[in-house]
Design a protein around this ligand. Structure first.
Ligand code: PMV
Length: 325
């Protein structure tokens, strides 16, 4: 069969129990498991157009030429699986700012995996696509699935059991997300570099690793029983502990801006005043506030009016990565 043109869409995801640190950098194997929610309106659309005149894949992101290095290595895996040559024009667009702690690599590699599966006619299972997406970016393994998703640490040295699985669909508990954007600039320390430095130099890193399994059990239980207060406690603790371990690296890895902290305070005030909302923060300065649908409006308004918040993005839980016609 000829290599075909293919399109796919994948939602970004936000970890409620964070992944921070790799036990194998080449295979992108995480040191711990993690647990996330996949979002609907924050997504990547990717089109793979086969082009026989190309000697290497070309990449365009949001209408501009972009660095194809990681993408070429990623597509090489699919070429090897299919036993085919062939290069692509890869045309992607994000519905949200790239590279600012909004997990653009997660939706990017999940969309690319689904599109490449179709382009090469491979017919791989979602679990296998999750494993492949992980090799592009650890968090991308989770964006293959929708709703609440758990990523296993896995034990196999080749990473074959280091995959995500759906924990509960979006309809199980339709939480919503408000993202407070405090900076539109690319972050100064990539998540991979931040993880490397934390693992090598932070005295708090072993304590972080030791805590994650307990947090995963708590988060899983609170999601299955829809216990908002319990999920709020564990998600905030996981995010703050991840940043505490990174802050204690040498030199310390600081992703927060002043407005990030202002948002965290505001979320806690809103919760104290009776709104069901909690925060999480990834490897960047944006704050993600997770709330019940009926509280999204007041949460978004309260964060939008804080000095240093450029804008707020809003999302619901969304489906897994899909092919587009
Ligand atoms: O997938 P990466 O390499 O961009 O790492 C993501 C790390 C965090 O976003 C900070 C946490 C997570 O679990 O998504």
């Amino acid at each position: 069969m000829d290599i075909q043109e293919a399109r796919a869409r994948a939602g970004s995801n936000i970890a409620l129990v964070k992944y921070w640190g790799k036990r194998d950098e080449a295979l992108n194997l995480p040191a711990t498991g993690s647990l996330s929610i996949t979002l609907d309106t924050l997504h990547t659309d990717t089109r793979l157009v086969p082009d026989p005149s190309l000697a290497a894949d070309q990449f365009e992101l949001n209408g501009r030429p972009a660095d194809p290095a990681r993408l070429r290595a990623f597509l090489d895996r699919f070429r090897a699986l299919a036993g085919r040559e062939g290069h692509f024009q890869v045309i992607s667009s994000n519905s949200f700012p790239t590279s600012a702690g909004l997990a653009s690599s997660a939706s990017a590699f999940a969309a690319l995996a689904v599109a490449a599966n179709r382009a090469f006619g491979l017919d791989l299972s979602p679990t296998r696509l999750s494993e492949l997406a992980r090799q592009g970016s650890g968090s991308a393994a989770r964006s293959i699935f929708g709703g609440f998703v758990e990523m296993a640490r896995g034990e196999a040295p080749d990473g074959s059991d280091c995959v995500a699985r759906p924990l509960a669909p979006a309809e199980h508990w339709p939480l919503e997300v408000v993202v407070a954007v405090t900076s539109e600039e690319a972050k100064s320390v990539s998540s991979s570099e931040g993880m490397r430095r934390t693992m090598r130099t932070s005295p708090y890193y072993p304590a972080w690793v030791e805590q994650v399994d307990r947090d995963l059990a708590l988060a899983r239980e609170s999601i299955l029983s829809r216990d908002f207060a319990a999920l709020a406690d564990v998600a905030e603790a996981s995010a703050l502990a991840m940043h505490a371990s990174a802050l204690a690296a040498r030199p310390g890895v600081i992703y927060f801006k002043p407005a990030t902290l202002a948002c965290l305070e505001r979320v806690r005030e809103l919760r104290a005043s009776g709104l069901d909302v909690f925060f999480t923060v990834d490897a960047g300065p944006q704050v993600k506030a997770i709330c019940r649908p009926e509280h999204r409006r007041p949460v978004a308004d309260a964060l939008a009016e804080l000095p240093g918040v450029h804008r707020v993005l809003e999302a619901r839980l969304g489906p897994g990565a899909v092919e587009l016609p």
